[in-house]
Unconditional design. Structure first.
Length: 281
């Protein structure tokens, strides 16, 4: 088993240029008939930020969970941007994951390359788009008086990006294979996406849930969501020194273990169903 995995990994590495070609092709196709092109990568999360800022910031006062000192570092709107930008990437991965194999069906049946390349290309495309949103985030950071720590830039940010990629790739490998055989998965994924959005501390600090009157078991399940810890890491870069906005030991452990486990489960499922998927395609 270990030899087979190592051999497959080597084959993927040898065909890494194919992944790059697929990513460039997907980006070109997405923006070639768009007037605004790249700008849409920024406009969509910014529009969502403004809507949620009004509803959750003014109406529901979700900013009360943010420490007063942190509000001087960009406040609730920076809190939203720092969460919505990485979520937009992960949400896009979830949206396209079920169709990652179906979309490339013609290439899969004609090209002699490891099939993992196609889910990897889907995730890679979304990560390139995530990098393109960074100018917007940095503008908000400097305009709103936010600041970063070297600890955040050298530890939290790389860890958050790696874990997001691992979790996203695991989910894509899993869903892309299963959806070929059971098309209901695509619809179920849409429901799951909304649940994860509101259950991953995107719109409000996790402490608002953990310090609420919710049952203890519900709080534990909330912290065991790997995505909650991952998105807290993305924010910690810009809100240095605030324990309320830093992943708890349980959330951090869940993020690391959950991402590794999701990648293993996704890869195992993908390899297990590969021949059935090829027959179906």
């Amino acid at each position: 088993m270990e030899v087979a995995v190592a051999s497959r990994t080597l084959a993927v590495w040898e065909n890494r240029k194919v992944v790059g070609l697929l990513v460039r092709r997907d980006l070109k196709v997405k923006y070639q008939q768009s007037v605004l092109g790249y700008a849409w990568t920024m406009l969509e999360p910014l529009a969502l930020t403004l809507v949620y800022f009004f509803i959750f910031g003014y109406v529901l006062q979700a900013d009360r969970g943010i420490p007063e000192d942190a509000k001087a570092q960009g406040g609730y709107i920076l809190f939203l941007v720092a969460g919505i930008l990485p979520w937009t990437t992960f949400g896009a991965i979830l949206s396209e994951a079920p169709r990652a194999m179906i979309t490339h069906s013609k290439l899969i049946t004609t090209m002699k390359v490891p099939r993992e390349i196609f889910p990897m290309a889907t995730v890679g495309t979304k990560f390139v788009e995530y990098l393109l949103t960074w100018p917007v985030l940095l503008i908000f950071v400097f305009a709103l008086g936010g600041r970063f720590s070297w600890e955040g830039m050298l530890f939290w940010l790389p860890l958050a990006i790696v874990l997001t990629f691992m979790f996203g790739l695991g989910v894509t490998l899993f869903l892309s294979a299963v959806n070929v055989l059971l098309r209901d998965v695509e619809r179920l994924t849409r429901i799951l996406t909304r649940i994860l959005f509101y259950g991953s501390a995107i719109l409000f600090p996790a402490t608002m849930v953990l310090q609420s009157g919710a049952p203890g078991w519900a709080k534990t399940i909330y912290e065991l969501n790997p995505l909650m810890g991952i998105f807290q890491m993305h924010r910690t870069v810009w809100f240095a020194g605030f324990e309320e906005l830093t992943p708890s030991p349980l959330a951090l452990t869940s993020a690391v273990v959950g991402s590794l486990l999701m990648l293993v489960i996704g890869y195992w499922t993908f390899r297990r169903l590969e021949m059935s998927v090829l027959k179906e395609l």
